[in-house]
Design a protein around this ligand. Structure first.
Ligand SMILES: [Zn+2]
Length: 395
């Protein structure tokens, strides 16, 4: 999903309310039995259901037809055929039209609402961005964003390193020892540069972990140069020959990631359950989680599949509330109804918070399907109580 950026997501979420409706469409673009795409039949069926539901409203019905036509054109375009999934948003009345080709297929779905429905899009984005994969040898490296959908090259570079001196029969002289030392210095320099670049990428996005690929020796030497924080995030280290062909390592990385993703899911839920028991560094349920996100204390947001829960969002300061509200308590501006999941997700991604999706039912079910792990070294977010003189009172 290379074309998805935070700005585009924000553009979708900040759609001004008002005139008309927004049609959001998700499709599985893979082809069944060699001829018919997966999406066509479900798309037609869902479109007729929507038409029927708007039978009595002539204007809305006309609007829907324009949106459906625009979406279908986008799905039939040549660019869409290259994709495994498509997310398309159309609001003819508002002049909005956006299409996102994706490397992962979506479940076919057509949604009509006041705002674009972006949960599957964000979920796909998170899944595709999940891990950093690093392929390296003694002097060249490639860094990828890797997910179930595939790999995306983020960075590549190489450095001049003298070749290993293989001459046999000659005596191990001072000169050769110097050359060997020089070679080791060059490799070290290259590995340090690679470690710096990996750190830079890691800090750009809340990745779930790091996958290292390459020949054993240089890989272990490189790994040792990563900071302790990054070393702890290495989920797998696998031998692999150097290649610039992405498809050569894609299969390998995907299987590592699939295993790691399941383990990570389990780990997040165990951690959540443990912290609930300890009553420490955890937020459970939409209200607590929104508060913790607002205070910048969430290290990981954990979500069950979208329950369709309704929340509200201030049209002025954009504050999110877990319940339906008419006016914002902070700025007194009117609030509008919105989908809780998508605004929580957008808030988390906007704050650079890691997101973990878990299947239902889980330990989160009794908390409305929403929980968060909080940063351990931050003070707890419960506000310090203030006595009447205005001084803070230690809890
Ligand atoms: Zn407000």
């Amino acid at each position: 999903m290379t074309s998805l950026s935070n700005e585009k997501v924000q553009l979708l979420l900040d759609q001004p309310r008002g005139r008309g409706m927004v049609v959001s469409c998700y499709t599985d673009m893979r082809v069944v039995a060699g001829f018919e795409p997966h999406w066509l039949q479900p798309f037609k069926t869902e479109a007729s259901v929507l038409r029927e539901s708007l039978e009595d409203d002539h204007q809305a019905r006309q609007e829907l037809e324009r949106d459906i036509e625009a979406i279908q054109r986008a799905l039939e375009a040549p660019e869409a055929r290259q994709a495994r999934g498509m997310a398309v948003f159309s609001a003819a009345e508002r002049g909005l039209f956006l299409a996102f080709p994706s490397d992962i297929p979506f479940a076919n779905r057509l949604v009509v609402d006041d705002e674009p429905y972006v949960v599957p899009l964000l979920e796909g984005y998170v899944q595709q961005q999940g891990y950093l994969a690093v392929l390296t040898d003694t002097h060249r490296g490639r860094i990828y964003a890797a997910g179930i959908g595939g790999l995306r090259l983020l960075d590549e570079f190489d450095e001049e390193v003298p070749r290993k001196n293989r001459s046999a029969g000659e005596r191990w002289g001072k000169q050769q020892a110097t050359i060997a030392r020089h070679r080791e210095d060059c490799i070290l320099h290259y590995h340090k540069e690679l470690a710096a670049r990996v750190k830079q990428r890691w800090d750009e996005y809340p990745y779930n972990g790091i996958v290292l690929l390459g020949a054993d020796d240089p890989l272990s030497a490189f790994r040792a140069l990563l900071s302790e924080r990054l070393q702890a995030r290495v989920v797998d280290q696998a031998p692999h020959a150097w290649t610039v062909e992405q498809s050569d390592i894609e299969v390998e990385v995907r299987s590592v990631i699939e295993r790691a993703a399941v383990a990570r899911q389990r780990e997040a839920l165990d951690e959540f359950a443990g912290r609930i028991k300890e009553k420490c560094a955890v937020a459970a349920g939409p209200r607590e989680v929104i508060e913790a996100l607002r205070n910048g204390q969430v290290s990981e947001l954990i979500l069950e599949p979208d329950s369709g829960a309704i929340a509200s969002r201030c049209l002025g300061c954009h504050s999110l509330f877990a319940e339906e509200r008419l006016a914002c308590p902070y700025c007194d501006t009117a609030c509008s109804r919105c989908n809780l999941w998508q605004h929580l997700l957008a808030m988390a991604l906007g704050h650079g918070v890691r997101v973990q999706f878990v299947p239902t039912p889980s330990d989160l079910s009794q908390h409305g399907g929403i929980g968060a792990l909080l940063l351990r070294d931050e003070p707890q977010w419960a506000p310090a109580s203030v006595d009447h003189s205005g001084r803070e009172v230690q809890a």
